[in-house]
Design a binder for this molecule. Structure first.
Ligand SMILES: *Cc1c(COP(=O)(O)O)cnc(C)c1O
Length: 422
């Protein structure tokens, strides 16, 4: 369910006409719907028992206005860097609702997180545990930790977003979980509070989750028997969203919530969830204008003004994104196959291959759907292209929440060494 729909022949974001918005903001731009963000958060949070911490995964969409929208509903934040921690705090999400994940936390980032009194560190290796112990005990602080364990469960998702198999860099290997906890219990400045697991992203089947959670529950019992305090289970994120409109929809959050609750209930632990994509993906679109229709030898190319520097998912993950016209095509509009491509000088700068769409012409606006997660956050200035700005809509209101960078930012951010000056 999202709040992008046609009204009077024009695609709207809530009550905002996207054709008119494109005139004002210029293309390309990201557009997020407050109502969709709020709905997705509420549906997800309501699927879990009271007292569950839903920590939005900031890496999916780190725009401060988006974080503030969710934070006001009670969301926490799952951060994977000091920068994300600063953004979450700046958005008003209190440290007590922030968890810190990631395999490569630096000592400076650990210090920042200790100073912010975050809820927990999800520690991913024994050396990280030792570093955290040193940083915490140097200032007399105590770091609440879980250890992220790698359950070696294949989530059946794309290789580049699989994290829960033994070949990936994530988590402590299952066979060393107990010894890692034994180490943690001996270290100064470390307080064990629970277990963490996250097996991947865009997972459309409940079974791998259930298998992983089941293993975690068994481990929790064993760790309790070893004398550790296991009061929290952080079950990570990863629930998939529909990218392909006519495909079978992924499991809905309430089925996921029921399953997670059923499997873990007996332990009496607080649950922590880290959804990212599920909250943000379908709350955002990328609006872009067709520059040229180019006739190739065998294909027709619709060249749009957004590029892989704005949205890299199709190039990186072969992901499918629906593409629709902003001006509603009539039901009997002629259709044609296009490769929808960007201006970046890379063959992989392609949003859709051989996609049948209502006929397009130069100047038409199109929306690339399901772009609110892992979209703007992964944008770059490759080809010296300013990344697309971001707009947040709420009812009839809209606001540019990240402006397009100008030439001052483009040229002024680099420096000429003395020997080239003049
Ligand atoms: C990426 C990530 C998430 C969010 O994953 P989604 O698929 O966007 O829900 C949650 N937790 C951790 C540790 C992650 O790395």
């Amino acid at each position: 369910m999202n709040h992008f729909s046609y009204s009077g022949g024009v695609l709207h974001a809530e009550a905002v006409d996207l054709d008119a918005l494109a005139e004002k903001v210029g293309t390309p731009f990201y557009c997020y719907s407050t109502a969709t963000l709020e709905r997705h958060y509420r549906v997800f949070a309501d699927s879990f028992p009271k007292g569950t911490l839903v920590a939005f995964s900031v890496k999916a969409n780190g725009n401060i206005a988006v974080l503030k929208t969710l934070g006001r509903l009670g969301a926490g934040a799952d951060v994977v860097s000091g920068g994300e921690l600063k953004k979450a705090l700046h958005a008003g999400i209190p440290g007590e609702r922030i968890v810190f994940s990631g395999v490569g936390k630096s000592r400076a980032e650990m210090k920042l997180a200790l100073d912010a009194r975050i809820y927990q560190f999800n520690v991913e290796s024994e050396p990280e545990l030792e570093a955290l112990s040193e940083v915490a005990s140097a200032t007399g602080a105590t770091a609440p930790i879980t250890i992220r364990v790698n359950p070696d469960v294949d989530a059946g998702t794309h290789a580049k977003i699989t994290t829960g198999t033994a070949e990936t860099k994530f988590g402590v290997p299952w066979s060393r979980a107990r010894s890692a906890y034994a180490l943690a219990a001996k270290l100064k400045g470390i307080q064990i509070v629970g277990i963490d697991v996250h097996i991947g992203s865009q997972i459309v089947d409940l079974q791998p989750f259930e298998t992983a959670f089941g293993k975690v529950v068994e481990l929790a019992a064993r760790l309790r028997a070893d004398g550790h305090t296991i009061a929290r289970l952080d079950l990570g994120g990863g629930l998939g969203v529909p990218y392909i409109q006519n495909n079978e929809p992924p499991p809905d959050p309430s089925a996921y919530g029921k399953m997670a609750t059923r499997v873990t209930q007996a332990l009496g632990c607080q649950l922590i969830l880290e959804p990212g994509r599920l909250i943000a993906a379908n709350a955002g679109i990328l609006v872009t204008r067709v520059l040229y229709i180019k006739q190739g030898e065998r294909k027709t190319f619709a060249i749009v003004d957004a590029g892989m520097n704005d949205l890299i998912r199709p190039a990186l993950y072969d992901s499918h994104h629906e593409i629709v016209r902003i001006n509603e095509p009539s039901p009997d509009a002629a259709r044609q196959r296009y490769d929808v491509v960007g201006p970046v000088c890379e063959t992989s700068d392609i949003f859709a291959a051989d996609r049948e769409l209502p006929q397009l012409k130069s100047g038409d606006l199109v929306a690339i759907l399901t772009a609110g997660a892992y979209g703007a956050v992964m944008s770059s200035a490759y080809n010296a292209r300013p990344p697309a700005p971001e707009v947040l809509v709420k009812g009839e209101l809209w606001s540019v929440v990240r402006p397009r960078t100008d030439d001052d930012a483009l040229l002024g951010s680099e420096r000429i060494p003395d020997w080239l000056a003049g």
